[in-house]
Design a protein around this ligand. Structure first.
Ligand code: ZN
Length: 68
């Protein structure tokens, strides 16, 4: 049984903000600063996107929301 999380009591994050943060958009791209590998999201969804390469987190380089 999963714990219920009451977002309204946190005071910092609204449900909308969480949903936005968890939404993986097609076109989001991540870049590895060490080896130059780039990954791009080709299928969206809800979840946490934390690609790693060379033992470190990859850097978000493009968000569709910013380009639009
Ligand atoms: Zn790398």
């Amino acid at each position: 049984m999963a714990e219920e999380v009451d977002f309204s009591s946190s005071g910092e994050w609204s449900v909308d903000e969480w949903t936005k943060e968890w939404t993986i958009h097609v076109g989001m791209a991540y870049h590895c600063l060490k080896c130059g590998t780039m990954v791009m999201v080709t299928k969206g969804g809800i979840g946490v996107m934390e690609p790693r390469c060379c033992g470190r987190d990859m850097t978000l380089v493009a968000r569709p929301d910013d380009i639009r």
